[in-house]
Design a protein around this ligand. Structure first.
Ligand code: BYC
Ligand code: FE
Ligand code: FE
Length: 481
């Protein structure tokens, strides 16, 4: 069998030879109804009977892995797809550098691996839960389709982690797979594991910011896991990354289209001051300062997902060869980091100051730095849209000390420029840098669905090109409920 191609004959599409692995096949078939129940209860609210123009992975060949067609979401082929095995792949970092990669879980790292896989798995359904009400206010059928595409693929990412748990972790893997269907985003008693995945995604601007910033944490973490010496994890995450690119595209172009629309309407109305919020809002578009506040919120929430700047968990995972750095295989150093140091910002004695710490302990920080660099690329492209209209405004990512709940800066408050804010002044500072109640109300009022093919809500411009090169008035979702 050609492992590039996916076997679609059984209940669970896969390229892992599930038919010859009856134990795992049975375990997954047993998990399947619970997954479908979860999807029906916690997946997109409404539209489950509608035909959505979705891509489905039919191969893991990078040159052509997806097929586009109309599908009802509950019939989506959630499959288990691993990137092709690399011949004679070696562990690229840590104490086992140069040894053959593991095809089975090394006993001494079992707990560590299981924890990482469970955390990764937990974020996937969490994001679907966070986004479940957005279909109802989609600014176009094009956007609705993109939302649902992201949702079904996050569902598939859950399958990817559940496969690893069921295949490699015996009965505790099975228990963890069940628990992944039981936790709920934002639930008081049984929340999702990481902070940002318990926040609300109340409107489409938040959705675009989330897919720009938070899905990009997904990219960074998946890149780090793709380096893993545990080969099945590496192969799974490598394929997930091909899907992830679209999620960030949805975020970057989504925010870009909001900016485009705002600037175009401001020009048309002759409004030159981007801070004249009342005038801009009257045009039915989102003012740039509010957009900046939303970026501040989602950026800072996402930074928390990188964990503590100084982390023994991260050091242990690297030392063990389980979780590498971003593009570890392209970096030029000893890949062991027993001696080097890494600079990071710390909060001590009431001041923020740079300090060199042992490189091995700073791996979360390093991945976070790579993340911030990656974020800045798209921010620059957003600002070029604003420049094109000659509007004196630039989106800027806030200081990493701003609005943090994990790590060095969780015990203090800073403004977006990184200046310390005394505790009793934070409330007034917050209004300035984070969306206020009235900002949220304004955006919520704008969120009126636009369901006519080729039409877009007042606050967002049309995309430059369609999905799968479809024309502008293509009916991406045939609504039937
Ligand atoms: N919230 O040593 P530390 C995605 C806990 S997104 C709550 O710094 P570590 C996606 C930590 O668990 C990518 N708790 O931890 C995006 C630990 O607790 P325990 C998801 C937190 O392990 C959009 C303690 O603090 N994948 O795919 O170095 C849509 C000590 O912390 C948080 C991954 O994250 C937090 N934010 O770093 C859909 C990859 N941060 O165990 C999907 C796997 C820290 O001592 N995860 N804590 O009780 C990891 O690699 C790491 O676990 C983390 C944390 C980077 C998350
Ligand atoms: Fe994902
Ligand atoms: Fe994603």
């Amino acid at each position: 069998m050609n492992l590039m191609n996916v076997d679609y004959d059984g209940l669970i599409p896969n390229n892992v030879g599930l038919n010859a692995d009856s134990r795992v096949k049975k375990a997954l078939e047993k998990w399947h109804p619970g997954y479908i129940n979860w999807w029906n209860d916690m997946g997109p609210d409404g539209f489950q009977g509608s035909l959505v123009y979705l891509r489905t992975a039919v191969s893991v060949d990078p040159k052509g892995w997806a097929k586009f067609d109309y599908v009802k979401m509950p019939d989506y082929k959630w499959g288990i797809l691993l990137a092709p095995q690399v011949n004679e792949r070696k562990i690229a970092f840590g104490a086992h550098k140069g040894e053959n990669v593991w095809q089975e879980v090394p006993g001494e790292y079992r707990a560590m691996l299981r924890r990482l896989i469970v955390i990764q798995g937990d974020t996937e359904p969490a994001s679907v839960e966070q986004q479940r009400f957005l279909g109802k206010t989609a600014p176009s059928l094009y956007d609705m389709r993109n939302l649902f595409q992201v949702n079904v693929e996050e569902g598939r990412h859950l399958w990817a982690m559940v496969y690893l748990l069921q295949k490699y972790f015996g009965s505790d893997g099975r228990d963890e797979a069940e628990a992944l269907l039981e936790r709920r985003s934002g639930d008081e008693d049984s929340p999702r594991m990481l902070g940002a995945f318990n926040e609300k995604t109340p409107d489409w601007l938040s959705f675009f910011m989330f897919t720009y910033f938070t899905d990009r944490d997904g990219k960074m973490q998946l890149e780090a896991l793709a380096q893993s010496g545990f080969d099945p994890l590496s192969r799974t995450t490598r394929f997930m990354l091909t899907e992830e690119a679209h999620h960030m595209f949805v975020g970057e172009t989504g925010v870009g289209r909001v900016i485009e629309r705002t600037c175009a309407e401001m020009k048309k109305a002759g409004i030159e001051d981007p801070h004249d919020i009342a005038a801009v809002r009257k045009l039915g578009v989102i003012d740039l300062p509010t957009l900046q506040k939303k970026a501040n919120l989602h950026f800072s929430l996402t930074l928390d997902l990188f964990g503590n700047e100084i982390s023994t968990n991260a050091a242990n995972a690297f030392h063990a060869g389980i979780k590498g750095r971003f593009r570890e295989d392209k970096l030029e150093d000893d890949h062991q980091l027993e001696n080097g140091s890494y600079p990071l910002l710390r909060f001590a004695d009431g001041k923020i100051a740079r300090q060199d710490v042992p490189a091995l302990s700073a791996l979360n920080m390093r991945l976070r730095d790579d993340f911030v660099d990656d974020c800045n690329g798209g921010v620059g492209r957003w600002n070029r849209i604003i420049e094109k209209y000659n509007i004196p405004f630039a989106i800027k990512l806030p200081s990493v000390a701003f609005h943090r709940h994990i790590g060095e800066f969780s015990s203090m408050e800073a403004d977006a420029d990184g200046n310390l804010v005394p505790g009793d002044q934070w409330d007034s500072v917050k209004e300035k840098y984070l969306p206020s109640e009235s900002d949220r109300d304004f955006i919520e009022d704008l969120m009126k669905p636009e369901l006519e093919p080729g039409k877009f809500a007042s606050w967002i411009s049309a995309p430059k090109v369609g999905i799968d090169n479809k024309p502008g008035d293509f009916e991406y979702v045939k609504i039937s409920d």
